[in-house]
Design a protein around this ligand. Structure first.
Ligand code: SF4
Ligand code: SF4
Length: 426
């Protein structure tokens, strides 16, 4: 490693190492309790994926440059230069981490490995070793944010096509997907693709919600890449749109990290208090069912239904009960996965890993606990409110012949609504 790259890495540690993270590095007792909590270590038996080992790589460099004992006698204090071998391992261990924070939940000191991994990613990005695909996807989102007028006609034409389907499903020729509606109650920020828009539009229409659709997507590859400034700018696209339209609520779709970015991180990143609330779509659907604004009928969903808590919505977002209440409103044959809620196993598909080809093998192996849980549930339908989780569990479903239907929750809701074409709405 040349002197300039070394200086860059040391500069990143100096800038990003908060008192909290220093404390994490200092207090880790090397007890390895976290190994049994991490689905990746459990699924691979590979030390690279042990949570404390991921932190150890960063601790070694930190000690070499910021700890007087480590500087003087590096061998004795496990201090080390960030050589190519260290950076290669750091790349794998950081970009494989799904940020599920199950290790933190079980660590006796609540050490947040995800925060430590964020510094690892910043070190890699600073010397041009960030994950390429995630970086490209983040840049594409930023380009769209800066040139939205270039995309407007294509987007509006796509919304019109989906609107035609919504009219057919609801039997109402007046049903609309409003765009740029000033003063609407809700701005719905969907994912790319009709699957994320159509069922939400049907539900909003039937409930008589005053809503409008965002020109941007909720997915945030800047967050996965590990660049908080890019992540902020990607989310800022629809936060600015919400301010311009004067909405009361921004609603994010069935996507775990999008919820965490918008609801948990954005205000701190932007150093501002948002003038509207941020909700997950299932919080809104739960509200609409409980207010009697949409009708759902039990018996329309066949088979036993279970529910996967996406880490970023449940353990890291605090939403446990509303999605369960929604699913329970659709069926009498609901069973929880064991364990569940804050103890739920990560499926292995978070953190952007589904977009990283070279980590496919570890991703699939790391789903072993989720496969065990799904088999034990006896369910034939999985309600799963996160796109990355669904992609991962679809792969596990195929690989292990689980015979599951892996469904968006809002698709199940539409299927349970007495509509002219509800059965084919998804
Ligand atoms: S459980 Fe916590 S204290 Fe123990 S090794 Fe893991 S991170 Fe360190
Ligand atoms: S955050 Fe999740 S994937 Fe990352 S080290 Fe902890 S348990 Fe493993």
């Amino acid at each position: 490693m040349d002197a300039q790259a070394l200086q860059t890495i040391v500069g990143v540690i100096d800038k990003r190492m908060t008192r909290q993270v220093k404390q994490y590095l200092d207090i880790c007792a090397r007890c390895a309790i976290c190994k049994d909590a991490c689905h990746q270590y459990v699924g691979t038996d590979d030390l690279t994926y042990l949570p404390a080992r991921r932190a150890e790589l960063i601790r070694q460099v930190y000690k070499k440059y910021f700890d007087s004992a480590g500087r003087l006698v590096p061998a004795l204090y496990e201090a080390r230069d960030p050589d190519d071998a260290l950076l290669d391992e750091l790349y794998t261990s950081c970009y494989a981490c799904t940020g599920c924070r199950r290790c933190m939940y079980y660590c006796p000191f609540s050490i947040d490995t995800q925060q430590i991994v964020a510094i690892g990613k910043a070190m890699l990005i600073a010397v041009g070793r960030g994950q390429e695909m995630l970086g490209q996807l983040a840049d594409a989102a930023l380009f769209k944010g800066e040139n939205v007028e270039m995309f407007r006609d294509v987007l509006v034409s796509g919304f019109k096509d989906i609107e035609a389907e919504v009219r057919e499903i609801t039997g109402d020729p007046e049903a609309t997907i409003p765009v740029d509606k000033q003063g609407a109650d809700i701005l719905y920020v969907a994912l790319a693709g009709a699957h994320s828009i159509r069922p939400a539009a049907v539900i909003f229409h039937e409930a008589g919600v005053d809503w409008t659709i965002s020109l941007f997507e909720a997915a945030n590859y800047g967050y996965f890449f590990g660049d908080p400034e890019k992540a902020r700018l990607i989310a800022k696209r629809f936060m600015d749109e919400a301010k311009r339209l004067g909405v009361k609520e921004v609603v994010v779709p069935e996507c775990g990290h999008a919820y965490r970015v918008a609801e948990i991180f954005y205000e701190a990143w932007a150093k501002e208090a948002l003038p509207f609330k941020v909700s997950h779509i299932l919080e809104v659907v739960d509200r609409l069912i409980k207010q009697g604004r949409i009708t759902v009928e039990k018996g329309r969903i066949e088979g036993r239904v279970t529910y996967h808590d996406p880490c970023q919505i449940a353990r890291n977002g605090g939403i446990y009960e509303q999605p369960r209440d929604v699913v329970r409103a659709l069926t009498d044959d609901f069973v929880d996965l064991i364990p569940n809620r804050a103890e739920q196993w990560c499926c292995g598909g978070g953190g952007g890993i589904v977009a990283i080809d070279e980590l496919r093998d570890v991703r699939l192996k790391s789903g072993s606990k989720k496969v065990e849980q799904l088999k034990a549930s006896g369910a034939s339908v999985l309600a799963c409110p996160c796109e990355n989780c669904r992609l991962q569990i679809e792969d596990l479903n195929e690989m292990h012949g689980l015979g599951l239907q892996v469904r968006q929750v809002i698709d199940l809701v539409v299927e349970a609504m007495p509509l002219p074409r509800s059965a084919s709405a998804s």
